[in-house]
Design a protein around this ligand. Sequence first.
Ligand SMILES: [Zn+2]
Ligand SMILES: [Zn+2]
Length: 396
Amino acid sequence: MDISLFTATWVSVLSVFAVWVFVMILGPNRMFRDTIVERTHIYLTTSLPERINGFLRVTIGESAMASAERVGTALFGRRNPIFQIFAIVLYLLGVGVFFIEAAPMIPNRYVGSWQWITIGLALAVNMTSYTLACIKDPGIVGAENVDSACALFAPDQLLYFEAKCRTCHLRKPARSKHCSACGHCIQMMDHHCIWLNNCVGLYNARYFLVFLVSFANICIYGSYIFATTLLELRHVRGLVDTMVWDDDAMDMVMLSFKSSILHLMDESVLLAIVTVLLFVLTPAILFFSAYQIRIGMLGYTSNEESKWLTVDDAIRDGVVFCIHGEDGAGMSNGEMGGGVFELVEKEDQDADLRAKTLVTRLSQVKNHYDRGAWQNLVLLMCPPQSPTRHSKPHVH
Ligand SMILES: [Zn+2]
Ligand SMILES: [Zn+2]
C-alpha cells in the first residue's frame, strides 16, 4: 500500500511549514552565523519581499501598493491581536483534536489513566504561563519609574551609553529598547513577540521562559500521545495481523507496519495531521527554548545578541580596542576583562596615542551584565521589584 496523494500533500505542506518556522525563529541567531539557515533567513525576510514588492509595483500600481503597506504596518508595526488569536485558535484546534480523537482511547496499552494528571498539569502550566506572558507588564519605562529603571543596570559604554529615548523623551535605561509596536521603552527588552502581542522584557521573561519550556514539553508529550494513539488504533482496527494480497509474491502476506500506519493516516486525517505537525515542530521549539535558556544563562537578551553581532563585525574589521588605564588596568594575565573597550576607526588609529590592544576575538570582550549562569537565571526568574512601576500592562 502506497502513501496516498492527499497524505503526501499535507505531510509536505507541514514539513515546509516546519522548515519555515525553524528558519524564521533561528535564522537571526549567532549560532547559525554564515550558515544556510542565516542565508535562507536573509533571503526570506529581505531579498524575497523586495522582489515581490518590485513585481507588485509593476502589476498592481503604486496606489494599491500604498494601501497594502498601510495594512502591513497595521499588522506588524502596531500591537494587534491577530497573530495572538491565530496562535490560540491553532492551539485550541490541536487540543480539540486531542479530546475528540485521542482522549476516548485513554487508557490504552501505551498510556495509563494516571497520565490524565500529567496531561492536565502540562496543559495548565502551559496555558497559564502563556496568559501571564501576554498580559503582564514586560517592564514599561514611564516618567514615574525611569529613575529606578536606570538604577538597575549601569551603561557599559560598549552596548549602552547614557541616552535619551527620541520617542519617549525619557532617559533610556541600560539594556532597555524602545518598542515601536508597544510605543514604550521596555526594561531589559528581549524582543517584541507577535504571538504574545506583547514585548518580552525584564518582568515577563520568566513567564515566557516557563511557557517555552512547557510548550516544548507539550510538543514532545503530545507527539508521544498522538503517535501511541495511532499505534493503539492499529490494534483496535485489527491491522496488526491483517493478511493482504501481494502481487509480487503472488500470495497473501502480513500487512506491513508502514502500510498499516499509512492506512490509518488516510483514515484518521485530523489525528495524523496533528501528529505530524507536532513531530515537525518539536525540534524547532526545543531548539528555540534551549537557545533562550542559553542566552539567559550567558547574561544577554535577544536584543543584545544582535548588538554583540555588530561588535563582532567591528572586531573583524579591526577597529575595536581595549584601552588601558594609566595603572595598566585592563591587562590582567594577558586578558582584557577589566579594560574599557572602544571603537577607533582605521583612519584615527595612528593619531590615537593611548596604550591600547587590538581585540581580535569576541570572547576577549567582557559582557558587563553577565553575573554568572546561576545569578543570570535568578535575575530572569525573580526580577528585582521596583515599587513605582506599572502593575498593569499598557492598554491602547
Ligand atoms: Zn522609548
Ligand atoms: Zn513591544
